[in-house]
Design a protein around this ligand. Structure first.
Ligand code: FAD
Length: 536
């Protein structure tokens, strides 16, 4: 429970109940923080925008207890085959192969409206959460202790609430970002596309490609994505002079889809023109105002990462905000949020833009040059890459001072053998800060004992079956043993959001790292200081 309770009505006001706001609210609720979430709309947007998610995000859903509820709406993401100017296969973007590093299918497609409904249902299931729909945030005023938010109710009445922090998850045109005086930096990408979703009739599905595809045709680049069940998406570049309003009309859409389908083959679910932008907020926090999701960044959807980035924001800020609200850390911990997430968004957006620019090439000569270059990179064959290698690690922020192996990367999630059953690691360990030790190393037991001096951390030694001491957890597929070997380390300190804080080669390095985290986390809370000063 929140310890210091100043006179604010809520600990956190979450503005915007889209996927980012719903995940943030659910996490705040689970942690017992008094949370008000509002959305100016009364319902969930009933058409899909995001269509892809990845194993990092699914791991968070599983941690929230939502894997079973969400699984019916999720399927594996087929490889994306890129075809060049002359229709030849030039590149294949697939997912990493088994054994899967986080224990789930690494790349997935999903149906956004029912998944959002599950996220909302989960968020409002906590007694400390209140959701108000049809309520719009129109103004914010910060004081040293709280933020006063001006809200407009569905009947037009204005009222104010106070919260210790405001989390702006209010989408691309974020009011919170604007009131917070937070500027957007242009990462220079601006292309008009038409996004078309079709529910394809069963008997027409076989006419379509059986893998997702990018048709890098300079005459008109098109992406094709195999969504769950009979959902198929086309993202179609609009050409100079084409009027987006004309192009979204059903007759224009079916003309564009003619190489694949006729109107008898399915139901047009949605067609909407979008400008694919690349933007990032200069700062993600101004005092007690923090932004996340599309409010903080927008990127072209070429590898389906926009919503995933928003959920990374939510899981990054939440463990920090939790500590600050509980008085366990000073609010300067929140500064690491901008440092970590902004750098990550810029780096990933750079890679997405590079893929986008190569797809969007309109000059036939340059397009053939591109195709030849990609084939050279593939050693004369279509280049094969994985979606996972495109996602960068964290490079700055609340990470060990020493830039050791695997620092800032996602910690794997092996399958652990239990009595008569196999469970994913997160199911058999506590959430929060953890130390994982290579159970094959002779001194594993003494390393676990060393960690016991730091109650903030749970520690576990893990090894493949039959290779460790009796107290060691046994993994089934050597996923973690392979990871330790690849990085040449024997222990990793892992943050609550599953990112590796730092790694150690021996007991002395591990001891130093534990001390470093403890010192950096236990910065005396600025709020607690001011509360005790006021009390004194
Ligand atoms: C064509 C397309 C394809 C995409 N494909 C993918 C994909 O495959 N994978 C992926 O990860 N992402 C994808 N994205 C991106 C993804 O859809 C977004 O990143 C994601 O929906 C953003 O979530 P959010 O919660 O941050 O914002 P939003 O979903 O925009 O939610 C913001 C909420 O805030 C509310 N709101 C706004 N202002 C106020 C206010 N003043 N007061 C109260 N409430 C307010 C809104 O009503 C809304 O409900 C795609 C996007 C597009 C357009």
């Amino acid at each position: 429970m929140t310890t210091s309770s100043i006179a604010a009505d809520y600990d956190v006001l979450v503005a915007g109940f889209g996927p980012t706001g719903a995940v943030a609210t659910g996490m705040l609720g689970r942690l017992g923080h008094r949370t008000l979430v509002i959305d100016r709309l009364t319902g969930i947007y009933d058409k899909p925008r995001a269509i892809a998610l990845d194993h990092e995000i699914f791991r968070h859903f599983d941690n929230m207890g939502l894997a079973a509820a969400i699984s019916p709406y999720v399927e594996p993401f087929t490889a994306s085959e890129h075809f060049g100017a002359d229709g030849q296969l030039i590149r294949r973007i697939d997912m990493v192969s088994k054994p899967y590093p986080l224990g789930y299918t690494p790349s997935m497609v999903f149906s956004q409206p029912p998944v959002e409904a599950e996220l909302r249902r989960h968020a409002v299931s906590f007694p400390s959460v209140r959701a108000e729909l049809g309520v719009e945030l129109i103004d914010l005023v910060q004081t040293p202790d709280y933020v006063e938010a001006r809200l407009r109710d569905p009947d037009g009445q204005l009222r104010s609430v106070t919260a210790r922090y405001v989390l702006g998850c209010d989408g691309a045109s974020s009011t919170v970002r604007q009131i917070g005086g937070i500027a957007l930096e242009d990462l220079i990408f601006d292309e008009p596309w038409l996004v078309v979703d079709v529910r394809v009739n069963e008997d027409a599905l076989s006419k379509l490609p059986q893998s997702s595809a990018q048709f890098c045709n300079p005459a008109r680049p098109v992406s094709f994505i195999i969504g769950p069940k009979n959902h198929r998406r086309w993202e179609i570049m609009l050409l100079p002079g084409e009027d987006p309003r004309q192009m979204e009309r059903p007759e224009s859409v079916w003309r564009l889809l003619a190489p694949w389908l006729t109107p008898r083959d399915g139901e047009l679910w949605r067609a909407a023109p979008y400008r694919f932008h690349a933007l990032v907020a200069a700062n993600w926090r101004n005092g007690r105002i923090v932004i996340a999701g599309d409010a903080a960044h927008q990127q072209p959807p070429f590898i389906g990462q926009g919503m995933c980035q928003g959920l990374r924001d939510a899981t990054n800020i939440l463990w920090k905000l939790d500590r600050v609200l509980k008085g366990a850390s000073g609010d300067e911990l929140l500064d690491t949020y901008t440092a970590e997430r902004k750098q990550h968004v810029i780096e990933l957006t750079g890679k997405i833009k590079a893929i986008g620019r190569s797809i969007c090439e309109r000059d036939p000569v340059a397009a053939r040059r591109r195709d030849a270059q990609i084939l050279i990179e593939g050693g004369g064959k279509p280049l094969s890459i994985t979606r996972q290698e495109i996602i960068p690690p964290l490079r700055a922020g609340f990470l060990a001072e020493q830039n050791g192996a695997a620092r800032g990367s996602l910690f794997p999630q092996p399958q652990i053998m239990g009595e008569g059953a196999v469970h994913l690691l997160d199911k058999v360990t506590e959430p929060g800060w953890s130390v994982f030790i290579d159970g094959r190393s002779g001194g594993a037991a003494s390393l676990v004992t060393l960690c016991a001096e730091h109650p903030e951390f749970t520690a576990a030694a893990i090894a493949p079956a039959g290779t460790g001491a009796p107290s060691v957890l046994e993994e089934t597929d050597a996923v973690l043993a392979g990871w330790f070997d690849r990085h040449g380390i024997i222990a990793a300190i892992v943050r609550p959001d599953h990112y590796v804080f730092g790694t150690a080669h021996n007991a002395s390095e591990l001891s130093d790292l534990l001390l470093e985290v403890s010192l950096r986390l236990r910065v005396v809370s600025a709020e607690r200081q001011s509360t005790s000063a006021a009390a004194g």
